[in-house]
Design a protein around this ligand. Structure first.
Ligand code: MN
Ligand code: MN
Length: 327
């Protein structure tokens, strides 16, 4: 059930409207990494989620993203206002001014219509959580760029609030994935082919115009990986020995989403028993614990006493006239 609360999650105030900046802000309204895309992605993943705890997380954050959409919408509306009646302002975007009457609509900053194609919903909880971590990183960097493109303090502060929340979400999704207790590279229910999975294929040959050849790094040597040279360079090539897929061999979590039929593993009783029996031997094949560590966010000190004062803001929007300030 959804219930609308009139007050914005964050009170928006701006100085002089900047229609061109308002148009840029549409990227976070109806764009690929925008707030509607985030709200829909997490909510629909939540509708699919069989695990009550992580469903709650997805619905909480999905709902917060809708609140962000409302904040961005308020900010854009203020910046676009001159497009309602000013010829010069209207020239910033005829789509917004003539077709849209100078208001917000579900388009990105280039006038592309919002589409469900932006959403990443796979039906696999662990995979979806990884998509969400990446989505939050993209949203963060878009906000950062928007912040750098305005001098308006009120706009900068609102964007700082929204940007910060994306990192909070990123931490929550990371912790949720971590809490599923799957090894870092365990995806799905079929283990990758042993040997082949450790081979990094050197797919580039020759020398660049700057004399660069091949680089070595932890991605192709170390971390259990080693480089395999291409046949074109008289190398041995990848190990292409046929290997039969074995469902139920990958390490799963009790809260993994349930694949169908014979592929059932996470909560399918027969496969689960098989999985439990194999788990011990598999553990020996897995990378060491230190290889699997996900960087833990550093906890920041918060003041012990927090005083909140309520003051009215000079917002032109009556519905958002209350602002909570931490002092
Ligand atoms: Mn958001
Ligand atoms: Mn977010």
């Amino acid at each position: 059930m959804y219930h609308h609360v009139k007050k914005l999650m964050y009170t928006v105030t701006i100085g002089d409207p900047d229609p061109k900046f308002g148009k840029m802000l549409l990227e976070q309204f109806g764009g690929a990494n925008g707030e509607l895309a985030a709200a829909m992605q997490y909510s629909i993943q939540g509708f699919n989620c069989e695990d009550a705890a992580r469903k709650d997380l997805l619905m909480d954050i999905g709902t917060e993203e809708l609140s962000h959409l409302e904040i961005v919408g308020a900010l854009i509306r203020m910046h676009l206002k001159p497009m309602k009646d000013g010829r010069e302002a209207a020239e910033a975007d005829p789509l917004v001014s003539i077709a849209g009457g100078g208001g917000v609509a579900l388009f990105d900053s280039m006038g592309n219509a919002w589409t469900a194609d932006y959403l990443k919903v796979t039906g696999d909880l662990a995979v979806d959580l990884r998509s969400n971590i990446a989505a939050e990183a993209r949203a963060k960097i878009v906000y950062e760029r928007l912040i750098s493109l305005t001098q308006d303090q009120g706009s900068k502060q609102a964007l700082q609030f929204l940007m910060t929340r994306e990192i909070t979400h990123m931490r929550a999704f990371t912790a949720a994935l971590d809490s599923m207790e799957k090894p870092q590279f365990a995806v799905g229910i079929i283990q990758p082919t042993p040997g082949l999975v450790d081979q990094f294929f050197n797919g580039s040959t020759g020398e660049s115009q700057y004399g660069e050849t091949d680089f070595k790094g932890p991605w192709n040597s170390g971390n259990g990986m080693h480089t395999v040279q291409s046949e074109i360079k008289d190398g041995e090539g990848l190990d292409v020995t046929p290997y039969n897929p074995k469902p139920g061999t990958e390490t799963t979590s009790p809260v993994d989403s349930t694949p169908v039929g014979e592929w059932t593993n996470g909560v399918g009783k027969k496969q689960k028993a098989l999985h439990e029996a194999r788990k011990k031997t598999q553990q020996k094949m897995l990378p060491s614990k230190s290889d699997l560590q996900i960087a833990k966010p550093v906890a920041t000190e918060r003041p012990r006493t927090r005083v909140f004062s309520i003051r009215t803001s000079p917002s032109p929007v009556p519905a958002c006239s209350l602002m909570l300030t931490e002092e």
